[in-house]
Design a protein. Sequence first.
Length: 169
Amino acid sequence: MSKQTDYGIVIMARMASAPERELFTARDLAEAVQVTLPMVSKTLKSLARAGLLVSQRGVKGGYSLARDARHISVGSIIRALEGPVAITRCCDPSPPDCEHQPFCALPHHWDRINRALWQALEAIPLAEMAQPVSSGRLAGLGERGIALSVIGSASVAARPSAPEPSGGA
């Protein structure tokens, strides 16, 4: 993930933490998230072009979320700033140029992993990213937990952790 995408998620989370439809200038956001004004301006323009932000021109203009933060996924922000992303060249939508492809048994597995990763990113709403993280939510990647089917019959599940028992051992 590029720095711009990382900053884009931070900027969007900052916007999502404010009252609904609040307008933000690039300058205010740059100051709030401690990122250079040129980077913030470039990122905001890309997010607006992708339909995730609405831009209003004029003296009292700025940017606002195009829809409720509960309906904007982390995956959509990444896709807006990175374009189509694949975990390896094997998963790239364009034809792979790998010299090992004719005898490699892994592309199908990488494709499954790539799909699971994108399902997880699409399942995380921006509204959740804008909330403070408690230790239980951090361990569990959200309150609902996300189960990812990986290679074979193995399954990796991200679930909220149980509270530590109190008392002595």
